[in-house]
Design a protein around this ligand. Sequence first.
Ligand SMILES: *Cc1c(COP(=O)(O)O)cnc(C)c1O
Length: 391
Amino acid sequence: MDENYDIETLGVRAGIERSQFNEHSEALFLTSSFVFNSAAQAAARFKGEEPGNIYARFTNPTVTMFEQRLAALEGAERCVATASGMSAILATVMGLLSAGDHIVASRSIFGSTVQLFNNIMARFGVETTLVSPTDLDEWRRAIRPNTKLFFVESPSNPLTEISDIGALAALARECGARLAVDNCFCSPALQRPLELGADIVIHSATKYLDGQGRVLGGAVLGSKELMEGVFTFLRTAGPTLSAFNAWVFLKGLETLKLRMDAHSASALQLANWLEQHPGVARVYYPGLSSHPQHALAMRQQRSGGGIVAFDVKGGKEAAWKVVDATRMISITANLGDAKTTITHPATTTHGRLSPEQRSAASIGDGLLRVAVGLESVRDIRNDLARGLDAL
Ligand SMILES: *Cc1c(COP(=O)(O)O)cnc(C)c1O
């Protein structure tokens, strides 16, 4: 598709391949295998001499349309879709690393990603060093001769710390490593890591790409050369995206830019209001000028995104009161949904950390994380005010 189309247009139209019926909406191909016209064609397909579908663990036309659309949105040569965000991360490390390789990763990444690196990849001889998302010197000091991958999420969860993607990309290049960015919190509507110098973009499509909390999926994006290794792992090992889920994501991408702009606008209003509230000690939101990396965030991102975290005065008891006083907001750790969600990280997503680890990561007992949805911001504010005003 024409490279000059804007994000809004690419989200609606990129990657469409029509069948013989010339359908307008993208078709859902519920088939596990594909038929050949002759023995010779079957042989040519299997040899890779003729392009085309063979079996849905390798490719499926609906999945291919989703991959092409997301690749256009991220400005990537190639996208490989996966069954979940975690299988996207697994396919990246299994596709690109070998025993004896070393990963440097931000400490502020998704909990299951830390488990995958520390407890599973370590068993296969891939070691990981965790470092501060914001201190470039820590990254530099962690580099070893066998460092092959830098891994970061920006903004981070739940404190919305911002990593300098361009600076990390330059450092990775210096030591011959690749930089992978989990772009889940921003989506390509707000941040395009490849343009900032990253080599690989990873998504949990489960979140904002779907946008309505329906299905699981993921994606890895980057150069054709890098994605060949990721795809080879995927087609062999099998955590491929289902056609139905790809079709749901195609519909989700059509509204991605509209939704992300709305999430961001409401989150900024909510963050401003929370900052003025006497029951709130501190607000973490990259769109606020009080955010320590506000300037960097505004260089990297189109806007602040939909995630707001804040410290309630009065610790765990007060935070739980705010959660339990809500009537509309969903108490769930998920994010990227049209429905606003609230979570108390210290006792849920980060509950397995020791109190010392939590305090080192600044996850206080009064911290709450809100993933701002698409309801009216007035209603979201009133639902939070009920608990906050009563403190
Ligand atoms: C949810 C999430 C993942 C994992 O995605 P799944 O689709 O649940 O496997 C990875 N990274 C981030 C930042 C996430 O929020």
